[in-house]
Ligand binder design. Structure first.
Ligand code: HPA
Ligand code: ZN
Length: 326
């Protein structure tokens, strides 16, 4: 359709993308072979069949299991370079990409190998595709704050390669207060702060991320809509939300795409953005997310333009870059 063509041509930023969530089943098999790792699945098709989730946790179990094939520097390079190629095809000019160091260091992989592979891919992709990218290191909420502090320390020699720090993984049972100290330490170390909040957790989890952790951007935040006062605040303070429609459908945060409450965020003048979260697991990259939402919600071209503009506005790129892109 015309909308699809418009979306293909629309320059945009990706602000909520877990690099481990771009690991396609084909690459799982390739890396398993290269690294001599046995897999529980007999084929790519059989692996794809288990990508059927009922909530965040049922996804996380599969996602952490998949990451076991990532071992060497070149594995992280191949993973990230494949994503950059896809992102470039979607007319993504700039991406701010999460990585979960603890998922790897807890298995004996060196922090250095993770960040070196990711960085080398970023530099090559910038040369080959002209795409720009930053990395955001996430602490896993299901682990302790002490473990997050240890990871923060490991990151310091590489801090020039990392723009910020985020929080992801299991939301329920892991409130913002658990990570107050490590997030303050991260800010003091020069990192920008973001956090997943209000995906499965209530609106208070979003306010707590703002008030207790002082984050600059909320990842997901879809459940903010249950609190009028919070919605007014997000609009007034222009705190960006990185929404992920296909993710919300696949993890049963919403029943169907027609229920994705994008219009409510747009009507409230919130700086909302569309993102792909874990595209290999949720059925599509950034333009697939845009197209799905556009089809289900009958957006106008102006809405699509607003969403793309918001993505540049909400990014951590320098103002001069943003002006150039918008
Ligand atoms: N939520 C929490 N943790 C995650 C997600 C998510 O959507 N994707 C990857 N880790
Ligand atoms: Zn996420």
């Amino acid at each position: 359709t015309d909308g699809d063509k418009f979306i293909d041509g629309l320059p945009k930023c990706e602000l909520h993308l877990h690099i481990e969530g771009t690991l396609e089943p084909e690459m799982v098999f390739e890396l398993a072979k290269r690294n001599n790792k046995a897999l529980k699945y007999e084929s790519v098709e059989k692996l794809r069949e288990v990508y059927d989730f009922e909530n965040l946790q049922s996804f996380l179990d599969i996602y952490y299991d998949g990451a076991n094939v990532l071992i060497h520097e070149e594995d992280f390079y191949d993973l990230a370079f494949a994503y950059f190629k896809k992102a470039h095809e979607d007319n993504v000019l700039h991406a701010e990409i999460f990585f979960d160091p603890q998922t790897h260091t807890d298995r004996g992989v060196e922090f250095k190998d993770v960040i070196d592979g990711l960085t080398r891919a970023r530099i090559d992709a910038e040369k080959e595709f002209g795409i720009s990218a930053y990395y955001i290191m996430c602490f896993l909420k299901h682990l302790t704050e002490e473990e997050a502090i240890e990871t923060l320390k490991q990151s310091i020699p590489y801090k020039d390669q990392i723009i910020g720090v985020g929080l992801d993984s299991t939301e329920l049972g892991n409130p913002a207060s658990k990570f107050k100290k490590v997030m303050k330490m991260s800010k003091d170390a020069g990192y920008q702060l973001v956090s997943h909040a209000g995906e499965e957790g209530p609106p208070e989890f979003v306010s707590d991320a703002l008030d207790i952790l002082n984050v600059e951007r909320i990842d997901h935040g879809i459940r903010s809509l249950e609190d009028d006062k919070l919605i007014k605040r997000l609009a007034k303070e222009q705190i960006p939300l990185t929404l992920c429609p296909l993710s919300n459908c696949k993890l049963c945060v919403i029943d169907k795409m027609e229920d994705f409450p994008l219009q409510a965020f747009l009507d409230a003048n919130i700086c909302c953005t569309i993102n792909s979260d874990d595209p290999s697991y949720f059925g599509g990259y950034l333009n697939d997310n845009f197209k799905c939402v556009n089809k289900s919600l009958n957006l106008t071209l102006e809405d699509l333009q607003t969403l793309a503009k918001n993505s540049f506005k909400a990014s951590f790129a320098p103002e001069t870059k943003k002006e150039e892109w918008i």
